[in-house]
Design a protein around this ligand. Sequence first.
Ligand code: SF4
Length: 696
Amino acid sequence: MSRPSRFDVLFEPLRIGPVTTKNRFYQVPHCNGMGRAYPSPMAAMRGIKAEGGWGVVCTEQCDIHYSGQHQRELRLWDAQDIPTVARASELIHEHGALAGIELAHNGGHVANLESRAVPIAPSVEATRSLFPGTARAMDKDDIRAFRRWHREAALNARRAGFDIVYVYAGHSMTLPVNFLSPARNKRTDEYGGSLENRARLLRELIEDTKEAVGDTCAVAVRFCIDEMMGPRGLTADGEGIEVVGLLGELPDLWDINISSMAHDGATARFEQEGWQEKYVKRVKQATTKPVVGVGRFTSPDTMVSMLRSGTLDLIGAARPSIADPFLPRKIEEGRFDDIRECIGCNVCLAFDSLGAPLRCTQNPTMGEEWRRGWHPETIAPKDTDDTVLVVGGGPAGLEAARGLGQRGYEVILCEESRELGGRVTREARLPGLATYGRVRDWRLEQLRRMKNVRLLPGNRVTADLVLEAGCSLVAVATGATWRDDGVGRYHSEPVAGLDDTEVFTPDDIMDGRLPRGRVVVYDDDHYYMAGVLAEQLTAAGCEVTFATPEPLVSAFTQYTAEQKRVQRRVIELCSAVHTSTALARAERGTARLACTYTGRETVVPADAVVLVTGQVPRDGLYRELTDLGPDALARAGIRRVARVGDALGPGIIAGAVHSGHLFARTLDTALTDETPYRRENVAPGDDRLLLTKGGA
Ligand code: SF4
């Protein structure tokens, strides 16, 4: 298969200072929850991206000094850290990509929980984390030291084999951008005041880095062109673009982003593909140097238009490279239908925020490359004579059938609904979640081509039918049901009075059964569901009171960097929002809400209550089958029945997809005696040194 010639522009090489990228696909630095704690998994993940055709693959941020340390990310404090990061550059180079490293000092953004160093910042300020600390203002010695640390880190980055070395002035969270920001820099010396003065440190860092490594490495600036705080900070049509005008020719590359992850990493619920164009479009007029920008690009046509319109020189991607590490290769080969498009859910970011290795809703192999040896494109051919019946066509069932089909197994997938996709089909109809349908669409496209997989929607499967099916493996992927009794995280017993009121669950609403009038949406789930239902119901004319036992609306969305936008939308749409409030009792025409701290009750009008609380697995078929016992199953030729996805443990879509993939790889989802993946243990340090010296 070959690509149409209009996409050739994406495969033109481009010179970036002293190095040349083979194409225009640029994996910008992105966090991944692995960092220095999981160096081999991190390096393997980067290597897979390079194998997938990205011309440039960067690391996440890499701390240069213990006074500005991120808890999890890479570090290059000194030569001791070189081997960890060098592994990534080696694996990136194996596939002909350039390796980039993002040198960072997080200034007053961090609390230095490990090193206990007092944070440093342009001016005295409260640290940005909730930690009750204060960053001190850097004096001239600090600034000189910071430049020295950065220069030494750049030299070590080159020793570690990197081709592109970043000066990181992005995301409103590093020292160079904090010096630039009028909101953060209150200095009165030559590093404060005018824009020229505030840009002095960034200029010096670029010059230092060029002088240190610029003969062999490209020097890139990742720059937050708009802090999204109006004239108090940098703006894309104000001082942001003026900075590019001032320093435009100094670096070899401009990597443009905006503000914090809440904006730069906006979810599809709030921003569409390419939304950052308006911020970056003037940058190329201010510099002759290559410009890379992001916007959750997954459409090859949009990528081409970004280059042809002169907006960007390189297509930057973090999330699209996570969802499909082989995206460039697929475009190169004209395999557009094979692109596994990011759905913009930010589950990847959530697990990094939680301090766990990255995972992805669309790509179940993400984070599993090293520890389980999972590859996003290949899978071992079948090694048993099994035939497989998959019951349920939601994300878990579809992924199980797809993976098994790729392995060469004969598979029958039955789904009781006439529509395939299960929860993703239903949820994709809710406000802002249309991209969730991509989870179904990509898998159906792959399955459509597999002659060894039969899809049978509109087929309800009973235990008798399973016994007659003649398959040796049965994967029960029948999903989950939302509870209608209010039991969840807060209530362990059913909420009183529900018999006297109209009760709805997310399943009811997704089935088209909507309440009317005054409705209480009670959220004890804390992810997106209650928020989007409130949106749907207010659009349908309901007067919604939103209540949640958590202090924040949709509290889990803090980790997906969208909580503030979610809460704002819920406040704007609902007639009342009660946080730290549980549903105490339902009564005819009213609901009794109780403060979770004091128990003080509030009575609100309620013609109906929508309960977004716990879920229960729909595992009745599994239980019926396993209750028959192994002998009866064996007589029907069945050697194993397994639960997959939400039928095993209801959770996020990423969990269901991963569970389906696990079944496809291992033909089971049961717990094993042996840990099913490799671990990397930290080698104990040599404490004899400390003992003989009596401590440092
Ligand atoms: Fe995209 Fe969601 Fe995967 Fe992140 S987890 S890369 S947002 S699909």
